[in-house]
Design a binder for this molecule. Sequence first.
Ligand code: TRP
Ligand code: SF4
Length: 405
Amino acid sequence: MSSVPTQFSRVLSGMRPTGKLHLGHYHGVLKNWLRLQHEYPCFFCVADWHALTTEYENPGKISTNVWDMVVDWLAVGIHPGEATMFIQSRVPEHAELHLLLSMTTPISWLERVPTYKDQQEKLREKDLSTYGFLGYPLLQSADILIYKAGQVPVGEDQVVHVELTREVARRFNHLYGREPDFEEKAHAAIKTLGKKNAKLYNDFRKAFQEQGNHEALEKARALLEDMQHITLGDRERLFGFLEGSGKIILPEPQALLTKAAKMPGLDGQKMSKSYGNTIALREAPESVEQKLKTMPTDPARVRRTDPGDPDKCPVWALHQVYSNDDVKNWVQENCRSAKIGCLECKRPVIDAVQAELAPIRARAAEFEADPAGVRQIINQGCEAARDVARATLEEVRSAMGLVHE
Ligand code: TRP
Ligand code: SF4
């Protein structure tokens, strides 16, 4: 945690509002956010414009989906005192940055993002040959860069979007971070660090540039981070000078790959709404019980007396998520020898899921009963996000020659 200088420590992530969330979201994404919110300044974005890129013909449900998703975030414990939660379209600065970045982004970069063609294929029933859909990943880049986020927790499918964001940022800094008198200004900025720190900075820079010493790069960044008195412009110059580029106005973010294994659904495939194999976070207890009781098991185990193979059973996949070693050993032994029935085997999983969901359901009910309170949390989040977004946008406008005085 301490190895990431605060300049780059902001975390940004987003989700398209698809409605009530399920256990797949919880284990795959939200548990990660819950941890991060205590470690870094976090911004969590309800990406309603992103939803519109595919739902533009049918936007009626987006608003309900937004509030359902926010309630679920709050219910699992994303806390407004720890993380800034906001709605993308309420921070219109994202749109202006998207527009400005579109000036410098080659169309081919967007056309070759694999999700572009993949999603068009997958969502064939929708006409996604739109300008907005092509720009989807660039809008995401704007989401990230406007907070100068250093880390972006995403699933595997989104890593390419973070990669694109890095290229977009690099190009931006290359085009607009090079002032004619950059070197001079950088040297003048070094002097303002004071003798001792200036020497440290120069030594670290040399070690990085001449020997590729990344530890030295990290140390120099941390050093700059500790310098409270230098101006924002000088800080950006010194970050850039360190790496041999111009000013770093938009830092390149890192993808923080969500480690959590894919949450298995009721049929053994990844849990996903489109497969109809989900358990919602607000699912009623009776329904949880029913869904798990009737979920398929090893198809070869037709009769109670037939031995089973956990490796061929979706219930076993759930034991991996919910059960300790003792329970798992018990399943392995007694399934293969047909000493337990499948219903018996499911019991510990059912109990664990119920125990996990009970407090979430209860908190969700509280937030559902207080829509005004939820709206207030989000209003405050939007304001806080806007403050940061405005500051970045001012720098971007000025770097692009858009300050007309
Ligand atoms: N595209 C992301 C998804 O479909 C959602 C998203 C929008 C996002 N903006 C973002 C994720 C910014 C990370 C950072 O899951
Ligand atoms: Fe699956 Fe358990 Fe039945 Fe074996 S006993 S087939 S692991 S549900």
